[in-house]
Design a protein around this ligand. Structure first.
Ligand SMILES: [Zn+2]
Ligand SMILES: [Zn+2]
Length: 177
């Protein structure tokens, strides 16, 4: 399979200061990302990069966007969103920067960097929204839909720990007394 992330950099390497842009829409499978439940099989990665030649390498900067999917870790509903990764990588013929990728035969292979960013930035334990209220521990109702009617479900686990402690240390107290 042809690698759409392989860029001929001969021209750039000859002319420091020159630039080249790269816009691609690439199936996720072309990143060797298969059977990852966070991505639909037909998900596509939108790649928008600018390559800028320096005297000793090429800076690659821009963005990656791809749709992710998953199950909210608190309320268990299907959710999803867009991975929006910022790219800033350095490629060098002679690698002197410890974070740089190597330019082999005047070609940049952007695939390893793109793959790594997509895998890293897609949430491993997603939330449907930052303030998801989760499920009622008693009846299992989705609390994002409103209160479930369970009485006095402690909202904060710290208080329930305190209640348990009270029950242990003060068993004789009768509030109706
Ligand atoms: Zn949720
Ligand atoms: Zn409930």
């Amino acid at each position: 399979m042809a690698n759409p992330f392989l860029v001929n950099a001969a021209e750039l390497l000859r002319r420091p200061g020159s630039e080249k842009t790269l816009s691609l829409l690439v199936p996720i499978a072309d990143l060797d990302i298969v059977d990852d439940p966070r991505f639909a099989a037909d998900a596509e990665v939108e790649v928008a990069l600018r390559l800028e030649a320096l005297s000793d390498g090429i800076v690659v900067a821009g963005r990656l966007r791809v749709r992710w999917q998953g199950v909210c870790r608190r309320c268990l509903v299907d959710t999803g969103g867009i991975v929006d990764s910022e790219v800033h990588e350095l490629y060098q013929r002679t690698v002197t920067d410890p974070d740089a990728f190597e330019i082999v035969g005047e070609q940049l292979d952007l695939r390893p960097a793109v793959r790594e960013l997509v895998l890293l930035d897609a949430p491993a334990t997603p939330l449907c929204r930052p303030d998801c209220a989760g499920l009622c521990p008693t009846c299992g109702a989705n609390l994002n839909d409103g209160p479930c009617g369970c009485t006095a479900a402690p909202a904060d686990p710290r208080w329930s720990a305190l209640d348990a402690l009270k029950g242990l240390t003060d068993p004789a107290t009768d509030p109706d007394d």
